[in-house]
Design a protein around this ligand. Structure first.
Ligand code: DQQ
Length: 576
């Protein structure tokens, strides 16, 4: 069954690839240059990053430079579907308020005249930023790697970027598929050999891989004999991200950090399935190879940053707060037709700090602390029991734009439903769609109903359900968009996204935080062990008509130990 599904998905992938000359986004040629006439406001985000109109995708080259955060992103200046891609550019002092600048990189030279695709920024010694990006040089989507440097280092916003004439820096050699060769990583400097390294996503037949290149001067790059890493059957890799994390420290690490007590993370974005997975492992300087830790799942069932709508993510080291920050793009889940009517598509999610979980087996993610500066009115609840079938409304805040942080507890695990050994441990989504928020369980389902209309015609539940497997308890976390809107579905995607949460239940507690923002619900289970993002488009539960509830549909009584919820303000300046 799994294999048949794989073949079907692969064929679909190949059809998309064939149509686009191996570009990962669907190309609606006739809509690419159809500018928005009216920009529909409903469903636009209040505090998640988005431009005033048109299409956005991958975050590119995030960096902190001389007191300013820079976010570049893939942008279509001419329409609400993918196409005409440039690097749009916004700057911020706090990652919350953003100032829009002119596009930093746009097609203008033979080495990028058909597109300026994703890439990364590296700050070279002497405090000199450099961007590496993929240029498209012909109609067949032939990909090369270019660089750009600021025109004026004394300009605090680095407004203008120059693409020197010695571009392209890297072209695909005969062994590399030149239409699947893109998205250079931030460079890292490893060890004593005086060479910078970068990795570039691609594939060899169905084997996804991240090619490795070395350079002494950042201009002449030589391909290493072996890729940094590869994995058969995973298809094309996009947007690889490679960085160290501290094993016991609470700080993030610079990409070039060299020392002991670290592990490495390799994240790849899977072109065929449109989701990402990561592994933790070791990287050897001498061999220049990354090896995932024993027991890590390296492939489609691997760990994900987010089990929902989250793709093409990229991280960077923020030296001002010694943290590593992760940024992901959430595409729309409605139809292309709707996007054209709205005049916009795509948002950037709230940046997340990432650290290694103390268990050493996964990462932990948490919204950057700056987002808390947007918190307005607060309501609280504590020690509130929820018996089977009960729900309680969290009143007094703007439920369409809120931050909710709740800790649930329970007296016993005895009522956890048995986990049927025939169920697929790696298909959490299927389990969630069978056992939705209204299907009575033992321990769970319990959680919150976000973006709910008054009479629950529409709602997006985010919830847990605990199972008892042979020797352990399994915690399922779901974010279910199936009842999120009354609108007809034509072309819309409304999955019950799900992931398991690897959490110790000794204390019989489970925590959940959700950032709710009109058409997005970003949730963090058990302190950021499992994260799920849903994009939803309610018709009734909008603005002041949205409600928020906590609920329990399991036979085991649940207690809300503590619940804090805030109305979220709009940033003063959102990218105008
Ligand atoms: N988006 C870019 C590519 C990248 C893809 C093109 C991932 O560089 O592979 O807009 O979403």
């Amino acid at each position: 069954m799994g294999y048949i599904l794989w073949v079907l998905i692969r064929c679909l992938g190949l059809i998309i690839i064939f149509n686009n000359g191996e570009a990962s986004h669907k190309a609606y040629m006739h809509l690419q240059s159809t500018p928005a006439i009216n920009v529909k406001q409903v469903h636009r985000t209040g505090y998640h990053f988005q431009p005033t109109k048109h299409w956005i995708n991958d975050p590119n080259g995030p960096m902190y430079y001389n007191g300013i955060y820079h976010l570049f992103y893939q942008y279509n200046p001419k329409g609400a579907v993918w196409g005409n891609i440039v690097w749009a550019h916004s700057v911020s002092k706090d990652l919350i308020n953003w100032k829009k600048l002119d596009p930093a990189i746009y097609p203008s030279k033979p080495f990028d005249q058909f597109g300026c695709w994703s890439g990364s920024a590296t700050i070279l010694p002497g405090n000199k930023p450099v961007i590496l990006y993929t240029g498209i040089i012909d109609k067949n989507n032939t990909q090369v790697q270019n660089y750009a440097i600021p025109a004026d280092l004394s300009d605090p916003y680095l407004t203008k970027w120059i693409k020197p004439d010695n571009n392209p820096l890297i072209v695909a050699d005969i062994s590399v598929n030149k239409t699947a060769f893109r998205d250079p990583t931030t460079a890292w400097w490893s060890g004593d050999d005086g060479h910078w390294r970068i990795s570039i996503g691609g594939r060899r037949r169905e084997r996804g891989m991240s090619f490795l290149y070395r350079s002494r001067d950042f201009v002449h790059w030589i391909k290493a004999k072996h890729p940094l890493h590869s994995k058969g059957g995973t298809g094309n890799w996009e947007c690889p991200d490679f960085f160290p994390v501290s094993v016991s420290g609470k700080n993030g690490l610079d990409t070039s950090f060299v020392g002991s007590g670290i592990k490495y993370v390799l994240k790849v974005s899977l072109d065929v399935t449109r989701y990402e997975y990561y592994t933790l492992g070791t990287y050897s300087n001498e061999k220049d190879r990354y090896v995932p830790d024993e027991g890590m799942i390296d492939g489609w069932n691997g760990l994900r940053y987010d089990y929902g709508n989250f793709y093409a993510s990229k991280s960077f080291f923020d030296p001002s707060k010694n943290r590593r920050i992760l940024w992901g793009w959430a595409n729309e889940s409605d139809s292309t037709n709707d996007d054209v009517k709205k005049g916009w598509a795509g948002i950037q999610l709230i940046p997340r700090t990432i650290l290694l979980d103390p268990n050493g087996k996964q990462l932990l993610q948490w919204p950057i602390e700056e987002v808390e500066t947007l918190r307005g009115k607060k309501v609280e609840l504590s020690n509130r029991k929820l018996v089977k079938g009960e729900k309680v409304e969290i009143k007094g805040i703007t439920a369409a734009q809120a931050d909710v942080d709740v800790v649930f507890s329970f007296d016993s695990l005895d009522k956890a439903e048995p986990f049927d050994s025939n169920w697929d441990r790696y298909d959490a989504q299927k389990l969630c769609s069978q056992k939705g928020s209204t299907v009575e369980g033992g321990l769970g389902p319990f959680g919150i109903l976000t973006l709910a209309s008054e009479n629950l015609e529409e709602y997006t539940p985010v919830f847990f359900r605990v199972f008892k497997a042979k020797d352990e308890h399994l915690v399922l976390m779901c974010s279910d968009a199936t009842r999120s809107t009354l609108k007809e579905g034509n072309g819309a995607y409304r999955p019950s996204f799900a992931g398991f949460v690897d959490v110790d239940l000794t204390e019989k507690k489970l925590s959940l935080r959700s950032l709710i923002d009109n058409s997005v619900v970003e949730s963090f289970g058990a302190g950021g062990k499992t994260c799920i993002t849903s994009r939803v488009y309610p018709t009734l539960a909008i603005y002041g008509n949205a409600h928020l509830y906590a609920f329990n549909n399991g036979t085991q009584t649940i207690k809300i130990d503590s619940l804090n919820a805030w109305s979220m303000n709009k940033p003063l300046k959102m990218n105008q």
